[in-house]
Design a protein around this ligand. Structure first.
Ligand code: 3PG
Length: 399
């Protein structure tokens, strides 16, 4: 970004790919963290006189316009934060976008409608994606591309990957800052290095667990995925979330942890509820005694204490995924305990993405209590997994 600003952008089109994929309740944004994180790059470009065209996705629409996934609430919020209205094009590369972009004055910012309303964005066929990238480039003649959507750099998609081959491409400030932090979790990490993983499905985290077992000193497992671990250890888990097809894999992780001397910490008690609801009747039970008709919706109080204690002596902590259904107050205790342990800690603490970042804000914890709150969920996990991130490879000219 600094290189581009150094070249001068006054009057030049700059296409910025941001990650503005925010959680919504109807049309109300429940956590605007990603919009705020996208702001500095957009603002710097606008202040330098660029004609800024922002492209982003929201949710996973099916490759066609769908009012449920319009970026309208995001355009409004972006405008409020920027202090000047951000018009939303009615389409991506169609007549509305063309007219709006053509009318931009220096320093103006416009947002294109959800890039995933065009099926070519996420197409498996590189020809489709290249075609869309060419149309995006044609929308901004003589323009430059700034990749600033860290949360989406793990996606090989037209507005992330192919676009960098058709416009001069630059890394945005957010992408650079995120990579800088994540590097500290892989190179010369300060020990003890403790990782806390939660979230619902173990199948989403197989690669990262396998990789982390070769790197960390201690791995805490909570959230819905903990039940597959508990079952693999021989406990009954009632009606809790269980991925039977992952049991063998998880048994392999348990053996690997033991072989490598990695301390793998599982919940010792859970909040067992009579249904998946905010007001479900529940009680804390030992993991050896989860009733057959109950589901665990959070780690229990003894586990919360245990996890906090296992985080206390860490020098480096990475946390991804809530420990329970934190959206329901009654089941937010485990997630709060982990988050508070990080706030108290003097360690280098990184919160990885999506739900955990939203949880931190929803629980009212101070954002500056953490060394870094990443905007990338899947992207930060894939980085830690050691995978090449297509959006970063593209900036290195590998596309
Ligand atoms: C995210 O929410 O992690 C990013 O915005 C990427 O979204 P996706 O998983 O739908 O590609």
């Amino acid at each position: 970004l600094d290189d581009l600003l150094g070249e001068g952008v006054q009057g030049r089109y700059v296409l910025v790919r941001s990650d503005l994929n925010v959680p919504l309740d109807g049309s109300a944004i429940t956590d605007d963290g990603r919009v705020r994180a996208a702001l500095p790059t957009i603002k710097k470009l606008a202040d330098a006189g660029a004609k800024v065209v922002v492209t982003a996705h929201l949710g996973r629409p099916k490759g066609e316009p769908d009012p449920k996934f319009t970026l309208a609430p995001v355009a409004k919020r972006l405008g409020e934060l920027l202090g000047s209205e951000v018009p939303l094009a009615g389409d991506l590369v169609g007549e509305s976008a063309k007219a709006l972009v053509a009318g931009l004055a220096d320093g103006d910012v416009v947002l294109l409608e959800n890039v995933r309303f065009d099926a070519r964005e996420t197409s498996k066929d590189a020809v489709d994606r290249s075609e869309l990238a060419a149309e995006l480039a044609a929308l901004t003649p003589g323009g430059a591309f700034v990749s600033d959507g860290f949360g989406v750099v793990h996606r090989k998609q037209a507005s992330v990957y192919e676009i960098a081959a058709v416009l001069p491409a630059y890394a945005g400030g957010l992408v650079l800052a995120e990579l800088d932090v994540l590097k500290k979790l892989t190179d010369d990490v300060k020990r003890p290095y403790v990782v806390a993983l939660g979230g619902s499905k173990v199948s989403d985290k197989l690669g990262v667990i396998a990789n982390l077992l070769t790197k960390v000193d201690r791995l805490l497992i909570g959230g819905g995925m903990a039940y597959t671990f508990l079952k693999a250890k021989g406990y009954e888990v009632g009606t809790s979330l269980l991925q039977e097809d992952q049991l063998e894999q998880v048994k392999g992780f348990l053996a690997e942890a033991e072989k490598r001397g990695v301390e793998l910490v599982l919940p010792v008690d859970v909040l067992a509820a009579d249904g998946f609801a905010a007001d479900a009747a529940h009680e804390a039970v030992d993991v050896t005694a989860i009733p057959a008709d109950r589901m665990g919706l959070d780690i229990g109080p003894r586990s919360a204490e245990l996890f906090a204690q296992k985080l206390a002596d860490a020098a480096t902590v990475f946390w991804n995924g809530p420990m329970g259904v934190f959206e329901f107050e009654a089941f937010a205790g485990g997630t709060r305990a982990v988050a508070e342990a990080l706030v108290k800690s003097d360690a280098f603490t990184v919160v990885g993405g999506g739900d955990s970042a939203a949880a931190v804000r929803q629980l009212g914890l101070p954002e500056d209590g953490f060394s870094h709150i990443s905007t990338g969920g899947g992207a930060s996990l894939e980085y830690l997994e050691g995978k090449e991130l297509p959006g970063v490879a593209a900036l290195e000219g590998k596309n």
